[in-house]
Design a protein around this ligand. Structure first.
Ligand SMILES: [Zn+2]
Ligand SMILES: [Zn+2]
Length: 407
């Protein structure tokens, strides 16, 4: 085998013309962001671009999702060697505060997490891969509703990982690392997220006669403080975890004792035992506070996200692709696992998977992810598109050849 030829063939370069094409897609998406499960316009743009590239696809996954397949028509699946590349599509309910020409034109909705970039990069990878001979299949998974947390779960239930798909790769733009770098880490990289709602129900009454009422605000406020001891007093300090209360709503008037307090929050952890301990501890503390204040407290958990665990096999291929695209010295580690959640975890519960981070500098006047001033250096688009194409080729090279001998 002519190794040199194959090696140079393995690192696709995004030329100026392709970068402009990717950038214009990103900017269009940025101007018309859509919330989870409402990505209709985004879905149509993806389909239009895939058609332009001559790539077949199926739309309607969880409503707005699109899965395109290269290297074999959908009817011929399963094929020898099958790799998935995933991009999330949704934006956030945040007002865009940037003054750039491509700022959001939809009031109260912004691509503040870089998912516009992810879609554009995956289309860039599609453009590269559509010109290459493939030794197996590549599925391009445009997934709705990452922010909402259950887009991945939904399309998997609909069969997105069937047809012999062996592995899924994805990358997330991350402004904590410089443009041109890619973080690649084996094992746990993102935490489990357990969003919860607490409902404290007391008895309303006159502000001047607390003995005739059961104050939901006082019980709720105490509960918020008590819950903070879960991490500070009960879990191993060497193991990361967070309990955040993001919303507390209660009361009607200054002279009325509140009957109900609604408290929403999220637990982040990346160790199974720590997570169990916090969940059990939360129940115990709620029961204790309810008893102490003579109120009722109920807990509801919503759409839990599992931990993102990169498999060794997929990570090895991801690292190899990153070295080819940016060179050894720019392949870095993200360090300790993030306490952020990612619904990429659902793919990894079914198949091998690796999620990397594409480093991107923040423009001077921009803000962090999930803020109205979020933006990123668009040079990352070339790195991301190139890595996505490269990692698919690399996987097929390492895992598709034996099976393709019989063809
Ligand atoms: Zn996000
Ligand atoms: Zn995101």
């Amino acid at each position: 085998m002519g190794t040199e030829n194959v090696e140079s063939d393995m690192a696709p370069v995004v030329d100026r013309q392709l970068l402009e094409w990717i950038r214009s897609i990103r900017r269009t998406l940025h101007q018309y962001p859509e919330l989870s499960f409402q990505e209709c316009r985004t879905s149509l743009l993806i389909q239009e671009k895939l058609t332009e590239l001559g790539i077949s696809y199926r739309n309607g996954w969880a409503g707005t999702g699109v899965i395109a397949t290269l290297g074999g028509s959908v009817g011929q699946l399963p094929c020898s060697g099958h790799v998935g590349l995933r991009a999330d599509m949704d934006a956030l309910p945040i007002q865009d505060q940037k003054s750039v020409a491509y700022a959001s034109r939809i009031p109260g909705v912004t691509h503040a997490c870089g998912h516009d970039g992810h879609v554009a990069m995956l289309l860039g990878a599609a453009a590269i891969l559509s010109k290459r001979p493939l030794t197996g299949c590549v599925s391009l998974i445009f997934q709705p509703a990452e922010e909402h947390g259950n887009g991945a779960e939904k399309i998997i239930k609909e069969g997105a990982l069937k047809n012999g798909l062996e592995v899924v790769f994805a990358g997330h733009i991350d402004t904590h690392y410089p443009t041109g770098t890619i973080t690649v880490d084996d094992g746990v990289i993102c935490s489990a997220a357990d969003p919860f709602s607490l409902r404290v129900v007391g008895k309303s009454g006159h502000a001047a006669r607390p003995h005739e009422a059961r104050d939901a605000i006082v019980a709720g406020a105490y509960l918020v403080t008590a819950l903070q001891t879960l991490v500070s007093r009960e879990t191993d300090p060497n193991k990361s975890a967070v309990v955040t209360i993001g919303r507390f709503q209660a009361g009607e008037a200054n002279n009325v004792i509140a009957e109900v307090a609604c408290i929403d929050g999220t637990i982040r952890s990346n160790d199974h035992e720590v997570r169990r301990l916090i969940l059990d501890g939360m129940q115990r503390i709620c029961d204790g506070v309810a008893l102490q204040y003579g109120v009722e407290i109920s807990i509801t958990f919503h759409d839990c996200l599992p931990v993102v665990v990169n498999s060794s096999k997929a990570t090895k291929v991801a690292r190899c692709a990153a070295r080819r695209v940016i060179g050894e010295e720019l392949v870095i580690s993200q360090g300790r696992p993030s306490l952020g959640g990612e619904d990429f975890a659902f793919y990894q519960q079914v198949v091998e998977g690796c999620l990397v981070r594409f480093g991107a500098d923040r423009p001077l006047d921009s803000g962090p992810a999930h803020s109205g001033r979020f933006d990123f250096d668009e040079d990352v688009l070339a790195v991301g598109a190139s890595w996505l194409a490269c990692v698919a080729l690399q996987w097929l090279k390492e895992n598709g050849e034996n099976k393709s001998h019989g063809k």
